[in-house]
Ligand binder design. Structure first.
Ligand code: XIL
Length: 379
């Protein structure tokens, strides 16, 4: 009897001291838990870059060791008109990263979305020739990469150039230049900053067709003597897709092709996906229906349990393969700012990230921290 009391008392003290540690500001943070394993990153939006959103900036400083530009380095932001460059936000983004000792990734040099129409048209409105497109690519890439030489440590050089079946996407870049567009993009980026890491980035990477296409492309670049350091797996996932086994098979295949693997845009929607085949195609847009927005008033515990298991399962893979996983980045800090509230259906309430709408860590954060700690012990 007496023994039992003492044990209860001891347990109580331990629990209480845990709570006190938290309330005295000695919380554990993601970046410390994953230090020495891989960078843990987040995407920054305009409110954060300009300093308006002080609360979520605090989370970035405390919990993350890497940042990527959510929008401000895309072609439409950097060069909205030919020869008119706008570096205001991008400059502030890079300064913020440097000031806070964060690993900075630039996103993205060549992408078929968020690119202005002028890029592919001549002054008569006709499609540009190969020579003109190459010149424009070179000028855009060289100007941007040179500006942040030695400061932006890695670039998403080409984004989403491969279809689910492994063939090249018939983008305007591809239609005009063929696969040379990919080679040239990597070449120009490397020439502008020989020390920068260079990445290929895409979604639906668990798909076997896409896996095959990406591996072939990596080999093609390597055979051409071009630098490619890593493949970025965006990881815009759901509660029941993709399969962990297929995702891991892709991680393994990319590593076997001789590159590092990065998880570059992770978010986990809890909402119904009208059509999974859209991957993370930003142009997809389905009509709003009330039944597709079931958690506007809050997330039920039962769904949250699946959410936590999924995050934990995926982080299990990242930890298991930490020898070649160099960065895991989530696509935003808190649920309120996630693009998934508006894509692929506008006006829904989603819960895809690690911090809630008030910038409080969700319970999953501590679980991931614990998972990282347990993993080291086991090894
Ligand atoms: C998204 C941004 O989060 C949105 O704010 C923007 O309106 C559209 O693009 N794949 C990518 C990212 O590579 O650049 C996209 O980001 C999400 C899908």
């Amino acid at each position: 009897m007496e023994k039992k009391k003492i044990v209860t008392l001891m347990l109580g003290t331990i629990l209480l001291s845990g709570v006190c540690t938290e309330s005295y500001g000695q919380k554990k943070h993601l970046k410390d838990a994953f230090a020495g394993k891989f960078y843990i990153g987040t995407a920054l939006n305009q409110g954060q870059i300009t300093g308006r959103d002080a609360a979520s900036i605090q989370v970035v400083k405390e919990d993350f060791s890497a940042i990527v530009a959510e929008n401000c380095m895309k072609i439409e932001s950097i060069q909205p008109q030919e020869g008119v460059f706008n570096f205001d936000l991008a400059d502030q983004f890079v300064e913020f990263g440097e000031k806070n000792g964060l690993f900075i990734t630039g996103h993205t040099l060549m992408w078929h979305s968020q690119v202005p129409a002028w890029f592919f048209k001549d002054s008569q409105g006709n499609e540009v020739t190969k020579e003109v497109l190459i010149e424009r690519m070179k000028k855009h890439i060289t100007t941007l990469v040179t500006r942040y030489k030695g400061r932006v440590k890695g670039w998403d050089v080409v984004n989403e150039a491969i279809e689910d079946d492994g063939s090249y996407r018939k983008s305007r870049f591809f239609n005009i230049l063929g696969e040379d567009f990919i080679k040239l993009a990597f070449q120009f980026a490397h020439e502008a900053d020989p020390s920068a890491e260079l990445y290929y980035n895409d979604y639906s990477m668990a798909n076997p067709g896409k896996r095959k296409g990406v591996v072939a492309m990596v080999k093609m670049l390597k055979e051409a003597g071009l630098r490619i350091d890593a493949v970025g797996m965006q990881c815009h996932i759901g509660l029941d897709y993709p399969s962990l086994t297929e995702f891991e098979a892709s991680m393994e295949a990319f590593a076997a092709a001789g590159v590092k693997v990065m998880i570059t845009e992770m978010d986990l929607t809890v909402l119904p996906m009208p059509n999974q085949r859209v991957g993370a195609d930003v142009s997809a847009n389905f009509e709003y229906q009330k039944k597709q927005n079931p958690y506007a008033e809050g997330l039920p515990d039962s769904v949250n349990a699946i959410f936590e298991k999924r995050y934990s399962d995926f982080f299990g893979l990242f930890l298991k393969h930490q020898d070649y996983v160099t960065r895991v980045t989530v696509w935003g800090v808190n649920d309120g700012m996630s693009w998934r509230n508006g894509w692929p259906v506008r006006g829904r309430t989603d819960y895809p990230l690690l911090f809630d709408r008030a910038n409080k860590p969700k319970p999953i954060v501590n679980k991931l921290i614990q998972q990282a700690a347990n993993y080291s012990k086991k090894k």
